[in-house]
Ligand binder design. Structure first.
Ligand SMILES: [Zn+2]
Length: 300
């Protein structure tokens, strides 16, 4: 029984709270399992895994403020040894992501993020129910550690005063052992001195991983850190989960030209890989025949 409870305790969670005076809302996450699963699925070296963990946290922390199946996509593109970090989270607690990088990244020391992504862009996209188009904000990369870049994005693009802390750590084998984060946002009515106060509180936190571990109750941690009384708004599970399916891939392939699909068949290119979760799907003759017949029917 004890073991079961421990495992339950260590499940990934994201919570949101509001200060009792309504001046601030905060989201906090512990997502070590999801970050490790992302690392294992994509077989990531240490630094890409740490960056992806932070991006997964950022996406989930922003998604928790949304409703239903509204989504947040964090997209980081750089010219350095890591060229892309993408994380996508749905409010319901699903998160997925991937990282593109050069093999040379394995030679860099841990946490040497400064030049890993190099120059590039940091993009936050929100897909919301009552907006016909995604809401997109883009800033240039300032440090490439995801945390600084997200804070720069907040300063440049968001109407709300917001501060993020994102952290992750690995063991001696380079595997994720802790991933966590929090975002504080001021609501209309928050006073400047209150914003200064919370900024000072957060700046004193050296490593968030010292405060949030897989076992902690996030609400208790926030009660200890935050200078106000708080009320819990949400406490949700987070899981690395990808909605990809063979059917989904087939639907996309139906948009290709007949000759392209015919060529794929002839060359035996039957492996489909989901970039988000690295799942592999294989097309058999029946699938190819279905695709070719349907495309032909469509174009006739
Ligand atoms: Zn997938």
């Amino acid at each position: 029984m004890a073991l079961t409870f421990e495992k339950h305790q260590e499940k990934d969670r994201v919570i949101s709270v509001m200060s009792n005076d309504g001046h601030f809302r905060v989201s906090a996450i512990k997502n070590t399992n999801s970050a490790l699963e992302a690392q294992l699925r994509h077989n990531l070296p240490e630094i890409p895994a740490l960056l992806l963990a932070r991006a997964l946290s950022a996406a989930s922390l922003l998604a928790v403020f949304l409703t239903g199946e509204e989504r947040v996509i964090i997209d980081v593109v750089g010219e350095g040894l890591v060229s892309k970090v993408t994380a996508e989270a749905i409010q319901v607690g699903e998160v997925r992501g991937y990282c593109e990088y050069s093999k040379k990244v394995a030679n860099l020391p841990k946490f040497d993020f400064a030049n890993v992504l190099g120059s590039g862009i940091f993009r936050v996209m929100r897909i919301l129910y009552n907006e016909p188009e995604p809401i997109i904000g883009i800033v240039k990369l300032v440090r490439g550690d995801i945390t600084s870049d997200l804070n720069y994005y907040f300063a440049k693009s968001e109407q709300l005063f917001s501060i993020a802390l994102l952290d992750a750590d690995t063991d001696v084998n380079g595997k994720i052992v802790n991933s966590c984060g929090l975002i504080v946002q001021a609501m209309p009515g928050a006073l400047e001195k209150e914003k200064d106060e919370i900024e000072n509180v957060l700046m004193k936190i050296d490593r968030l991983t010292n405060l949030i571990s897989p076992k902690v109750e996030l609400f208790d941690v926030l009660k200890n850190i935050l200078p106000w009384d708080i009320t819990l708004l949400k406490n949700d599970r987070v899981d690395f989960f990808c909605r990809c399916s063979k059917e989904g891939f087939l639907e996309k392939l139906l948009t290709l030209d007949y000759l392209d699909v015919k060529e794929m068949k002839e060359l035996g290119q039957n492996e489909l890989v989901c970039q988000y979760c690295n799942s592999k799907y294989y097309l058999n003759d029946e699938d190819f025949n279905f695709l070719l017949t349907t495309i032909k029917a469509r174009t006739n």
